[in-house]
Design a protein around this ligand. Structure first.
Ligand code: NAD
Ligand code: MG
Length: 402
């Protein structure tokens, strides 16, 4: 067993801290090469003290200066860098074997792609990167001999049930992604207008960053995940399904041609998929409590209600139409969720903003390169912001103040 040297991109987030929890349990297997954070300098400093990385990367020069000063005062030799190019550099550095892609949103695309092009083992949490650049990303992985392992619990479950990374030739009939339905599965529909950011971020089963928490409440998270599954497992869109399973015990399923259905079960704790992907093909302790099936009164399943969850409908439409509009879907969602978290638009406006951008903008060609993807991402953001400015006075005011 050789020591794996990890770059953990987004180490101060929910996935990043869970990853470091697993690292701390196995100092004989994992060593931290790089840690990165956008703004959380305090937390990143504490992580540097605990894990002694070679390099720490932050978003901006001021943060870098502050971190550098604190590290030197603590007599640590961790090198400090900042900005997107520094993220790409650590993701592709020869001193790193494994990249944990745990930055949230489109901000993680460039470094995830840099890791693929450098032929790294990539543990992918940053689903937005794959949603934006699916074909391009998977080509880079294949051409550069990278290894892509999913951290997203559903995709990690499917990977475990498949025993391989592609559905092609594996006798797979359907992929069934389970979804908890989030905090508003049973809330009165006519009260969804009044949902606050804190209510949307209070997930019944998982503790996560705020953006993915809102995505779970709208079920756009599942819309992004069906697209993620299409690319990760090379699965035809029409054979990817979503099933509501409020207990979050079965993390997803694979149905085979002989009607065997394989499922992966576990407590809802991201350290299980993280430990699985980190140690693959071995199995190691994740720190997660054993699953006690005798304490479960029921495991229930039902079809999602697309009236209640219009964002899921939009995601499924984009999937079924070949994913050519997935850049627009993702970018408009990021802008709308951010506006909702800042209380500039209502919860129910999120789907309207995304729907508007999808109606307005042309889909991307399958041959689109990175420049085309980034241009489409920017156009979708501008279109979404303009729509919000027309629709809500509060948002106009916020735009003017910025
Ligand atoms: P989070 O908000 O808790 O953490 C995000 C991390 O990214 C932080 O370290 C932050 O400093 C960094 N970051 C934010 N903006 C950045 C920028 N512009 N440039 C560089 N770094 C930046 O998010 P999270 O919940 O850990 O989610 C991370 C990713 O993992 C998301 O793509 C999410 O969809 C995915 N994911 C999360 C979970 C979960 O349980 N949290 C589960 C499955 C998938
Ligand atoms: Mg998930």
């Amino acid at each position: 067993m050789s020591m794996q040297r990890l770059a953990i991109l987004g180490s101060t987030g929910s996935i990043g801290t869970s990853t470091l929890d697993v690292v701390a349990r196995h100092p004989d297997r994992f060593r931290v090469f790089a840690l990165t954070a956008h703004q959380s300098i305090d937390r990143l400093f504490e992580q540097c003290v605990a894990f002694l990385p070679d390099i720490a990367v932050v978003g901006h020069a001021e943060g870098a200066a502050e971190l550098e000063q604190r590290l030197r005062a603590a007599r640590l030799s961790t090198e400090v860098a900042y900005g997107p190019q520094a993220l790409d550099a650590v993701a592709s550095a020869s001193r790193c074997d494994t990249v944990v892609a745990a930055i949230v949103g489109a901000a993680g695309l460039s470094s995830s792609l840099a890791a693929a092009r450098a032929g790294k083992k990539i543990l992918l949490a940053n689903k937005e990167a794959l949603v934006m650049s699916g074909a391009l990303f998977m080509r880079a992985v294949a051409e550069h001999g990278a290894t892509l392992l999913p951290l997203d619990s559903e995709h990690n479950a499917i990977f475990q049930c498949l025993g391989t990374s592609s559905c092609t030739g594996a006798g797979v009939e359907r992929l069934i992604l389970t979804a908890s339905g989030g905090p508003f599965l049973h809330r009165e529909l006519d009260t969804l207008d009044d949902v606050t950011p804190d209510q949307a971020c209070k997930h019944p089963n998982w503790v996560m960053g705020r953006k993915i928490s809102v995505d779970s409440a709208t079920m756009m998270n599942k819309g992004l995940e069906v697209i993620e599954a299409r690319w990760l497992f090379d699965m035809p869109p029409e054979r990817i399904e979503v099933l509501i399973h409020p207990q979050s015990v079965i993390h997803s399923m694979v149905a085979y041609a002989d009607q065997s259905v394989l499922a992966q079960l576990g407590n809802p704790d991201m350290r299980t998929p993280i430990a699985h992907a980190m140690a693959h093909p071995d199995r190691v302790d994740s720190g997660v409590a054993p699953l006690d099936l005798t304490r479960m009164s029921q495991l229930s399943f039902h079809e999602p209600d697309l009236e209640r969850f219009p964002c899921l409908r939009l995601g499924l439409d984009v999937l079924r139409n070949g994913c050519a509009a997935s850049v627009t879907l993702n970018a408009a969602n990021e802008v709308a969720v951010d506006a909702f978290l800042h209380e500039h638009i209502r919860f129910t406006d999120i789907a309207r903003v995304i729907g508007h951008a999808l109606d307005r903008l042309p889909p991307l060609a399958p041959t689109a390169g990175l420049d085309d993807i980034l241009a489409a991402d920017e156009l979708a953001r501008v279109t979404a912001r303009q729509f919000m400015a027309q629709q809500t006075r509060g948002y106009t005011h916020a735009v003017a103040v910025h």
